[in-house]
Design a protein around this ligand. Structure first.
Ligand code: FES
Length: 132
């Protein structure tokens, strides 16, 4: 069984994430099982979460990378309409108020965006593209 890594994982160029624009989605392992995650930019900051609604364990985007509500103010789950506050992932409306998305640590430096694995969320691929 491979060791867990805590090394920064290159996600994308900063320019790929426009303010309240489409998300960049990426494959991860959650507790060693395939899952997906997404990153988007709100108020200038990049945030990333597992693509997993806090209501029912379902992916949230109605089309790949489409996570915004109509006003581009909240992250919306397309299944039953839960709204999440982008900076912290807290559900502010819908069937899972009081719950929150699972946040990934991200960092932006030198015009690139990185995410940091945790015990829970690991990269699905090594940097060379091989599956772990
Ligand atoms: S599964 Fe997301 S709101 Fe119900």
């Amino acid at each position: 069984m491979p060791e867990l890594t805590t090394e920064a994982q290159l996600l994308c160029d900063s320019s790929a994430l426009e303010e309240c624009g489409d998300a960049v989605t990426f494959e991860v392992l959650e507790w060693r099982r395939p899952a997906s995650a997404f990153a988007l930019r709100f108020d200038g900051e990049v945030v990333a979460y597992l693509n997993l609604c806090a209501h029912v364990p379902s992916e949230m985007d109605w089309q790949p990378g489409k996570f915004w509500d109509q006003d581009r103010r909240f992250i919306i789950c397309s299944v039953h309409g839960a709204l999440y506050d982008p900076p912290n992932g807290h559900c502010v409306s819908g069937p899972c108020v009081g719950k929150h998305l699972i946040k990934l640590t991200v960092q932006e430096r030198d015009q690139q965006v990185y995410w940091y694995p945790s015990d829970r969320v690991q990269p699905a691929f090594l940097s060379g593209g091989q599956p772990l």
